[in-house]
Design a protein around this ligand. Structure first.
Ligand SMILES: NC(=O)c1ccc[n+]([C@@H]2O[C@H](COP(=O)([O-])OP(=O)(O)OC[C@H]3O[C@@H](n4cnc5c(N)ncnc54)[C@H](OP(=O)(O)O)[C@@H]3O)[C@@H](O)[C@H]2O)c1
Length: 310
């Protein structure tokens, strides 16, 4: 039986905490006395990263939870294993993400960038809404200003018609903002705050996908990239400071509120993406069958504080 961790300390679940911005966020929150669950792929750098974080911070309150968030099943299983080991959730940081140069289709039939950068975060958040509600928690989703360049492709979320890595990436980051807008409206009654943010151009492993493109990204990062610690500052602030309270549904850059990308402000698109995401997660959980029964689980479990659509 896994340990159950402290109910007294504030607790965060950070996805993509094995490197870059997520790693720096985990370190800062651990140093601030938080219990921190760090999620990333099984077999990746996650377990070792948590060991390093423990050594660096002297904190035993860091824990590795493996999950491949490009698979909705694993996002749901991550929520279950979090629930088994932790008694509260004050901040969920949806940070795991990637740029994928050539189109990859996951075993669920989903395009990888969309599946990881948006759908995994969507499924995990939806599953954990009751826990977030119990703690009056926050959802911080690491988006990007790249969303400004995106097409609104609700009719082709998996980029079957046209695939360019950066276009698919921009679409997934637009989804992060659309999702945050809809989540903010739906969850206000649950006492949850939802924020999205842009971390700046950061020198991390992001974009290291081989070939000339990696060389260009590495050069840019060396010349212009900010440190992951600096990028994490706004994430940590959104997760833990009282200052952003009351700004549910807002987008931040360097602790300052900024407008969403123009296409992310469309409330019908926000709602449509939510419904589409429910359908896609349902289908993936049903092993490809189109009959959909998942619904947003947070709705079912917190029926007394029903999370109905607006
Ligand atoms: N770097 C930038 O300039 C920049 C700018 C704007 C936005 N962002 C956003 O910032 C976030 C963090 O990126 P970063 O720059 O810190 O890059 P990074 O160093 O490459 O970190 C990405 C993290 O995501 C995890 N990850 C990758 N695939 C995963 C999967 N299938 N399931 C679970 N976890 C997975 C990785 O862990 P494993 O490989 O161990 O699984 C790693 O911990 C991303 O959402 C990115 O879009 C970055």
């Amino acid at each position: 039986m896994a340990d159950v961790h402290s109910a007294t300390r504030p607790t965060a679940l950070i996805t993509g905490a094995s490197s870059g911005i997520g790693f720096a966020t985990a370190r800062d929150l651990a140093l601030a006395g938080w219990e921190v669950a760090c999620a990333s792929r099984p077999g990746g750098a996650g377990a070792e990263a948590v060991e390093r974080l423990r050594r660096d911070t002297g904190s035993e309150s860091l824990h590795f939870l493996p999950a491949d968030l490009s698979r909705p099943q694993q996002a749901v299983a991550l929520a279950t294993s979090f629930r088994e080991r932790f008694t509260r959730l004050d901040a969920l940081v949806n940070n795991a993400g990637a740029y994928v140069a050539r189109r990859v289709v996951t075993r669920d039939g989903l395009e990888l960038t969309f599946a990881l950068n948006h759908l995994g975060a969507f499924a995990l958040t939806a599953e954990l809404l009751p826990e977030l509600s119990d703690s009056g928690g926050r959802v911080v989703t690491v988006s990007s200003d790249a969303a400004k360049a995106a097409r609104l492709q609700l009719d082709d979320p998996n980029s079957t018609k046209l695939y360019y890595g950066w276009l698919a990436y921009a679409w997934s980051k637009l989804c992060n903002q659309l999702f945050t807008g809809e989540l903010a409206r739906r969850s206000a009654r649950l006492g949850i705050d939802a924020f999205a943010m842009h971390p700046g151009f950061v020198a991390t492993s992001f974009g290291h996908t081989g070939g000339w493109s990696e060389r260009a990204v590495r050069l840019g990062q060396k010349l212009f990239g900010r440190s992951p610690e600096r990028a994490a500052d706004t994430v940590v602030w959104l997760a833990s400071s009282s200052e952003p309270s009351g700004r549910n549904g807002a987008y931040f850059v360097d602790r300052r509120e900024r407008p969403f990308a123009a296409k992310a402000r469309d409330q019908r698109a926000q709602q449509r993406l939510w419904e589409l995401s429910e359908e896609l997660v349902s289908t993936a959980l049903a092993g490809g069958a189109s009959s959909s029964s998942w619904g947003t689980p947070g709705v079912r479990r917190s029926s007394d504080r029903a999370l109905a659509g607006p």
